[in-house]
Design a protein around this ligand. Structure first.
Ligand code: HEM
Length: 429
């Protein structure tokens, strides 16, 4: 059986040139994919994961052969940070945690979060000066953090956000791709302190909740679950904070940046929002009518998927399309490469929201994964993204700011400009 191919020298040289030009590892991945095919091996010293990137491969990993792959790799930074959180667990621990959180992320529950999502977006916009140049990566992170903390845990995060901002960013950097992949055990300055500060806060809100009426939100559900200790509650809460804000913040930063660059798309989206909502805050029914805005969100998720790679560990010897995967190997299904696959997307590099008015090949668009472990926060994220964008379009014009923005491969795919993330000028309407 053929072994998984590595990019040849010509492909590797081309990838290096692209990477230097675009200043992004993502360009190198595109070159590897185009030059080597839908299954290839990255070979770094001591770290050589298999990467797969096609609708077939996504279906295989997510559905057909899902039991041959595990999520948890003991010792990985993400497993260290999230402990036994549902994102990094398999089997019963995962299933129990998912069952507890599911009702709080169901469409029925989300209807109850919309007013909070609007109000917290409005609060952020109210603090913006007319003509200000803002780093939308910062603004969107602030909004999404406040929203996740209030909707799922009934806490006002505003008084804590300044103090916990840098610790949180440090922890997100810790779980992003980095030198630890080739130099396991490399010192991680600042991580222990950041974690101590964040955990102190988490245990504080958990203990406070144990002492008051417990409420119907996720924190209430977790603390009254028999047998769930504070450490286990902490792991699920940390998982939801990380997965429930960093992804949506990335999506919104990219969307706002693209809207600032594409006035035609911004105008069309605003016309729709005005026609459906006027000045009103959106409810469930109105959000369902924002079809074009939904296409803008989908197209942003396609070109800039926040979760760019799904990580797995092969647990059973596996054969995919004639290639052998050995037990113990790491494998990633590349959401980013699937979304730019030239066989399944016409002009894949172009931002064309209207392509989502047509259907697409199953498993070619997997921003939320697929199968039994599809993102539990998918609906929450899609509604939140529409609420925040609708409020922005109602209240401000988004204008371009010169300067390149590159794609930075952190735990999510983040925009990076000189001195920040994605700068946009806002004009109050
Ligand atoms: C735009 C926003 C989001 C994107 C792009 C996204 C993407 C994803 C993807 C791709 C997966 C599957 C990963 C894999 O197969 O390896 C996933 C799983 C997960 N997501 Fe999201 N997510 C988003 C928002 C959220 C939100 C808002 C929450 C929680 C409030 C959340 C919580 C989770 C959890 C807990 C899992 C693990 C589910 C399981 O294994 O059963 N995500 N997400």
């Amino acid at each position: 059986m053929p072994s998984v191919p590595k990019p040849d020298q010509a492909t590797a040289n081309h990838a290096l040139r692209l990477m230097l030009r675009e200043r992004s590892i993502m360009s190198a991945l595109v070159a590897f994919h185009r030059g080597t095919g839908d299954v290839f091996r990255l070979s770094l010293p001591g770290f050589s994961p298999i990467i797969v990137a096609s609708p077939d491969a996504n279906r295989f990993v997510l559905v057909t052969a899902k039991d041959n792959f595990a999520w948890r790799t003991e010792g990985d930074p993400v497993a260290q940070l999230l402990g036994h959180g549902m994102l990094v667990e398999d089997g019963a621990v995962h299933d129990d945690a998912r069952a507890l959180a599911n009702p709080l992320l169901h469409k029925r529950a989300i209807g109850g979060y919309l007013a909070t999502m609007s109000a917290l977006t409005d609060r952020a916009i109210a603090g913006w000066a007319d003509e200000a140049v803002l780093d939308m990566a910062v603004e969107m992170r602030r909004i999404t953090l406040n929203i996740v903390m209030k909707t799922l845990f009934e806490v006002d995060f505003a008084p804590e956000i300044a103090r916990l901002w840098n610790p949180l960013l440090r922890l997100l950097r810790f779980i992003s791709p980095g030198w630890w992949m080739v130099l396991p055990g490399i010192p991680q300055p600042g991580v222990a302190r950041a974690r101590a500060l964040f955990d102190e806060y988490l245990y504080r809100i958990i203990r406070a909740r144990r002492e008051m009426p417990q409420g119907e939100d996720l924190l209430g559900v977790l603390v009254r679950t028999p047998g769930l200790r504070d450490e286990q509650v902490r792991d699920q809460v940390m998982t939801m904070i990380v997965a429930g804000h960093d992804t949506i913040a990335a999506l919104l930063s990219w969307a706002v940046y693209v809207l600032s660059q594409r006035q035609d798309i911004q105008a069309q989206a605003r016309d729709e929002v005005r026609a459906v909502l006027g000045d009103a805050a959106p409810d469930m029914a109105a959000l369902g009518k924002l079809t074009y805005l939904g296409c803008v969100v989908d197209e942003t998720l396609r070109l800039y998927p926040p979760a760019h790679l799904g990580n797995r560990r092969v647990v059973e010897p596996t054969n995919f399309n004639g290639y052998a995967f050995e037990a113990g190997e790491r494998l990633g299904y590349s959401i980013y490469l699937s979304h730019r696959h030239p066989e399944f997307w016409d002009a894949p590099e172009d931002f064309k929201p209207e392509r989502f008015l047509e259907s697409h090949e199953a498993f070619s668009f997997v921003p939320f994964g697929g199968g039994e472990r599809t993102c539990i926060g998918m609906n929450y994220a899609l509604y939140e993204a529409k609420v925040v964008l609708a409020r922005l379009l109602q209240k401000v014009d988004l204008l371009p700011v010169p300067g390149a923005v590159r794609q930075s491969m952190m735990v999510t795919l983040q925009p990076k400009a000189r001195g920040g993330g994605a700068f946009v000028r806002v004009q109050c309407r």
